[in-house]
Every structure is written in C-alpha cells, then in structure tokens.
Design a protein around this ligand. Structure first.
Ligand SMILES: Cc1cc2nc3c(=O)[nH]c(=O)nc-3n(C[C@H](O)[C@H](O)[C@H](O)COP(=O)(O)OP(=O)(O)OC[C@H]3O[C@@H](n4cnc5c(N)ncnc54)[C@H](O)[C@@H]3O)c2cc1C
Length: 292
C-alpha cells in the first residue's frame, strides 16, 4: 500500500488530554508528532491506526528553556531544527546543536522531533547516543503524573523503550556541561540513517583529563556507555597520545558489540566505532582545553 488509509486526527492541548485519549482508544490510537516515521510506516502498510493523537500543540511539550538547576529542558515535541537553531542551545550546549545539524536532512529536521526520535528507538539514532554521553534524563508523562528515566535506562533495544503504553515523552532534560568540560559528536553514514555514532564529554583540569564520558551507538542494538575507556582516559595528560586514543577506541568498539546489518559487517563497524571514538575524544579534549 502506498497511500494512507483514512484516520481521525485529534489535536489536543494537554498531556492529560492526550494520554486520556490513548487510554480510551487503546490499540486503535497512536501518538503523532512530526510523522516522519509514523506516516511512512502507515503508508507502507506496516502499521494501521484509526486515530492519531497530535501532541505538537501541547504547550508543555513545546518548551525550550533552562530550569532552576541550569539544565536544558527540551519539550518532547520540539523539532530537531528548533534545537539546532536555538541561541540558548548554541550558548550552553553547542555540541548538542552541532549534533542536531547532523541529523537526516533539512526536511526531516524541520518536522521530526527529538521526542519522536527517542520514542521510535531506531538503533541508528544520533540523539540517543549523544544524550547518553550528556547524562540526559527523559521525562515521561501520563495524566498529571511525571517520571524521570535516565537515558541509560530508556532505550531497551531496537524499537523498544521504557515508555509504557499510552505514556508520552514530555521533555528531555540535559544537564549543564561541567566546568572545564566540552562535548563532541561524530558519525559516519552512507545510507539515510547513521552506520556509527559516537559522543564524548571530556573534562580537563590542570592539563589532565578529570572525567570522561563516552557513548557509542548505531553499530549495535542500542547505544552504550563505555566505563572501561572512560577510566582509561581519566588522569591522562593533554595532548592525548595516539596510543591512548587507540586503546580507548578498542575498548569502546568491544563494548558496543556491533552487529552485521545493511551498513556493513560487525568487524567493519568495530573498526569504524574505534576510529570515531579516537577522533571524538581528541576533538572534545581540544575544545575543553581551548586548543580546538
Ligand atoms: C530520510 C530520513 C533520514 C533520517 N536520518 C536520521 C539521522 O541521520 N539520524 C537520526 O538520529 N535520525 C534520523 N532519522 C530519524 C528522524 O530523526 C526521526 O524520523 C524523527 O526524529 C522522528 O520524529 P517524529 O516527530 O517525526 O516522530 P513520529 O513519526 O511522529 O513518531 C515516531 C514514533 O514515536 C512515537 N512518538 C512520537 N512522539 C512521541 C512522544 N513525544 N512520546 C511518545 N511517543 C511518541 C509515535 O507514536 C511513533 O511510534 C531519519 C529519518 C528519515 C525519514
């Protein structure tokens, strides 16, 4: 099937209204945000719903602001393009804006949302990898209740998340970058979705790495943090040697547990992930030490 079957569109104004409808309509209804994944699935006949609950007009899910602790709050229905172009994001989280600029193409970024990307949980996701390294939290909502789930616990596997049926991603909270730290995001893709995504945070104090966070995604079934490589980096003096970068890359490639798919063999993706980790760490370290 290449055309959409008829459906009813429900434009709601609150999270409670949306989740109430989802509860009442059950399997007949689905959350609709930018529609870049959902409408494609429906057009291809992989999914069929009589009711689409449009969350784009919910004010709570459209915000892009900082909270009292200085964290960035991105509403679940905020588009990739809005994050990419936000002066607030550019000022405090420049690597997040940079990562968003690398997602898809301008047409997809204009309508596709951060919440939709995370909820869909395609294993080839830029934001899922970046937000893991950023130590972000996903805020889920049903009715008036909200619960916070760490990014590390949110993606459970391909197309599987901690979202319960009828629950919404209301917002994503990204903590302020620690003093002396910087982030970087590197990817490699030759198909529409990335073959490998790597994000790093490096904090530099007195010319040495005080803390590091490394996340690798798109090569395996879900993005992972790499504690062994993070420990290896901690205490290393700048500039990081090629030997240290290569060792961190090898540990990260092992932890990512690459799988063979349309983007290449597991061995190829292991090499890709290792190389990107070295480049990403060098980039973040240079930014953190002001030598970029
Ligand atoms: C051509 C193309 C290239 C792409 N390239 C990349 C890329 O390079 N990197 C990358 O990371 N991604 C890429 N993507 C994926 C893109 O980022 C996602 O399609 C987009 O972010 C999904 O958001 P949406 O608002 O359109 O979601 P929708 O299509 O509206 O929804 C997707 C799924 O999530 C559910 N959902 C949506 N919003 C919520 C919410 N707030 N709470 C709970 N459930 C929700 C829907 O019910 C549906 O199941 C690409 C997509 C396309 C089509």
């Amino acid at each position: 099937m290449t055309t959409l079957a008829p459906f009813e569109l429900h434009r709601v104004a609150t999270v409670a209204e949306a989740t109430g409808l989802l509860d009442d309509l059950g399997d007949e209804a689905v959350v609709y945000s930018g529609g870049t994944e959902l409408l494609l699935l429906m057009k291809l006949g992989f999914a069929a719903y009589g009711h689409l609950v449009d969350v784009k007009h919910i004010e709570e899910m459209a915000r892009l602001e900082t909270d009292d602790e200085g964290a960035l709050l991105i509403g679940g229905a905020v588009s990739h393009r809005a994050v990419e172009r936000s002066p607030l994001v550019e000022a405090g989280w420049p690597a997040l804006a940079e990562m968003e600029r690398m997602v898809a193409n301008i047409r997809v970024r204009n309508v596709g949302t951060l919440g939709g990307n995370l909820a869909f949980a395609d294993p080839h996701s830029d934001p899922a990898t970046f937000l893991l390294a950023a130590d972000a939290t996903v805020i889920l909502g049903r009715g008036d209740a909200r619960r916070a789930v760490a990014m590390a616990d949110f993606v459970l596997g391909p197309y599987t998340t901690a979202l319960e049926p009828g629950e919404l991603i209301v917002a994503i909270s990204v903590p302020a970058t620690p003093a002396g730290a910087a982030m970087a995001h590197h990817k490699f893709s030759f198909n529409e979705r990335p073959a490998a995504t790597v994000a790093c945070l490096v904090q530099v104090v007195d010319g040495a790495v005080a803390a590091a966070r490394i996340a690798v995604g798109s090569v395996g079934v879900a993005p992972v943090r790499v504690p062994a490589a993070e420990a290896l980096l901690t205490g290393a003096r700048l500039p990081l040697t090629q030997e240290v970068l290569d060792a961190a890359g090898r540990l990260a490639a092992d932890a990512a547990d690459p799988v063979t798919d349309g983007n290449g063999s597991a061995d190829y993706k292991r090499a890709l992930a290792g190389t990107l980790v070295g480049r990403c760490l060098a980039d973040a370290a240079a930014r953190a030490s002001g030598t970029a």
